[in-house]
Write a protein of this length. Structure first.
Length: 508
């Protein structure tokens, strides 16, 4: 069995990467159909049927970004007309060859609880993980880590487990009493933490590991066993938009002495923006304001809303969106290095499943709001793409799913690993493989998401957000009639509110 020593595979850390673009390329997916469980095939050349999967378990490369919304993939431009303004040629490669869930919701609209769900398959609230700042009791978290942590499940199935980049997981270390969220995630079953770098250095390290794995595979004889691997590459961006939101209309970018790369990245992007003629920038380059730029009519008077809804000039909102698009394109260029490494080694690539998603989204100026932790699609809806080994024909599905709790059972089933009991999610493997949805998926009536002060529930028509920790207000939106979430209809649809609140109570 091939094994590798545990060490930092790369020591080359890059501070700032340049050369990002904002042009939107040709969309791969046709307009969204009406039914929530329907799918469309990208406009691609005729593809052959997926070959029978070999008996060797697939390698898995899981690529995560931070704070990347659903409407940031240029290959999805026709799915969301007028909403996509970033250029993502490398993520587009995954869309064009894989299965993309275009109505995927995060388990929580902030990082730590969302990531906890991604790596355990359960929602965080019942374990005391609902905010980034929560300090949950140690024992329940340790029990979850022992029974269904993603890395542990794959390691026990014979995989080598490697993790690089941002962690942000509660009790990430095995060391008893260590509550840090930023230590090597060995408590979640990852034996190798190959780099702390969260930027271009992470991409270089992951690409080098893939190349090393390919060379090791090439050196094996036909009958020699090969150890599959689970490799996580967890990127920070486009999270640097939080630095831009702190600077806002000020010409000065705040310094972060612990992470100077954040300020340096925003400063470099602002300098690039300043190099444009301002009339040209706002006429030809900067994204337009979103259609739903106004605050939702009837939005509840919550504590959270007071710090998230801001009154900026229109041109600053367009500047903010341009910076965000640049950060998306920047992390896309880093992801491209990993995909290039796979493309350079066809033998390894044909047995590798690649999954791309994000922990939560970003408001991007919708409803006059920034960053996260709000009950809107821009915050709660994320990319969720599968490509490579075992994946059916390229297709976009708009059935509502939850990337946080659905990821783990899906990866387990695709890897031939027994799916643990008592998970909150459902395996999407049937859809990923191009088969009819499983009976469990067909019978799913609701999708849920938590947050710091509210919980949300979706069905085919409505979304209810109930502020259980902020005044017990209700926000009900008819997404079929009001995709921009411009009107709270809770007072007009009291029976719908009560029915969906009961679903939330039953879930808990």
């Amino acid at each position: 069995m091939i094994t590798f020593r545990k060490f930092d595979f790369c020591r080359r850390l890059s501070v700032v990467a340049t050369g990002t673009f904002v042009l939107v390329v040709h969309a791969a997916c046709s307009d969204r159909p009406g039914l929530s469980d329907s799918s469309v095939t990208p406009n691609l050349p005729e593809q052959p049927d997926v070959p029978e999967s070999p008996t060797t378990p697939p390698n898995v490369v899981l690529i995560l970004t931070d704070q990347q919304s659903y409407n940031t993939i240029s290959a999805h431009a026709s799915q969301f007309p007028g909403a996509v303004y970033a250029s993502t040629p490398h993520i587009d490669r995954l869309v064009n060859s894989g299965v993309s869930f275009t109505r995927a919701y995060c388990a929580n609209a902030v990082s730590v609880p969302s990531r906890f769900s991604l790596f355990t398959g359960v929602y965080g609230a019942r374990y005391g993980v609902r905010r980034n700042s929560d300090e949950p009791a140690e024992k329940p978290i340790r029990e979850v880590q022992q029974t269904h942590a993603l890395g542990k499940l794959f390691r026990e199935a014979g995989y080598e487990t490697l993790y690089g980049g941002k962690v942000h997981l509660p009790y990430s270390s095995k060391k008893v009493g260590a509550s840090s969220k930023f230590q090597a995630p060995d408590a979640y079953g990852f034996d190798t933490y190959y780099t702390k770098n969260e930027r271009e250095g992470l991409a270089s390290c992951a690409a080098e590991i893939i190349s090393n794995k390919a060379r090791a595979l090439d050196a094996l004889g036909d009958e020699e066993p090969y150890q599959p691997f689970l490799l996580v590459a967890s990127f920070l961006n486009p999270h640097d938009i939080c630095v831009e939101s702190q600077a806002n209309v000020s010409p000065d970018v705040p310094e972060d002495p612990k992470e100077p790369e954040k300020s340096a990245t925003i400063r470099e992007i602002r300098q690039r923006m300043a190099s444009f003629d301002q009339e040209e920038f706002f006429t030809c380059i900067a994204p337009q304001l979103p259609d739903n730029k106004q605050k939702t009519a009837g939005y509840p008077n919550t504590k959270c809303s007071k710090k998230r809804f801001l009154d900026y000039p229109d041109n600053y909102w367009r500047q903010y969106r341009w910076v965000y698009g640049q950060l998306v394109s920047l992390v896309d260029s880093h992801i491209g290095k990993i995909l290039d490494a796979l493309d350079a080694h066809p033998k390894l690539k044909e047995n590798t499943l690649v999954v791309f998603t994000s922990d939560h989204g970003e408001m991007q100026g919708a409803h006059g709001a920034v960053t996260k932790s709000l009950p809107f699609e821009e915050c709660q809806r994320v990319p969720f793409i599968f490509a490579g080994r075992g994946v059916g024909r390229a297709r976009c599905h708009d059935m509502p799913v939850c990337n946080g709790v659905d990821l783990l059972p899906t990866l387990c089933e695709l890897a031939g690993i027994e799916v643990p009991d008592k998970l909150d999610g459902i395996s999407l493997a049937s859809v990923v493989k191009g088969e009819e949805p499983s009976a469990e998926l067909v019978s799913r009536r609701y999708v849920y998401s938590e947050s710091e002060t509210f919980v949300s529930v979706w069905n085919e028509e409505y979304k209810l957000s109930y502020f259980d920790l902020d005044g017990e207000h209700s926000l009900l939106v008819n997404l079929k009639k009001d995709a921009g979430e411009m009107e709270n209809v809770a007072s007009d649809e009291a029976s719908v509110v009560e029915r969906m609140k009961k679903e939330l109570l039953l879930r808990n």
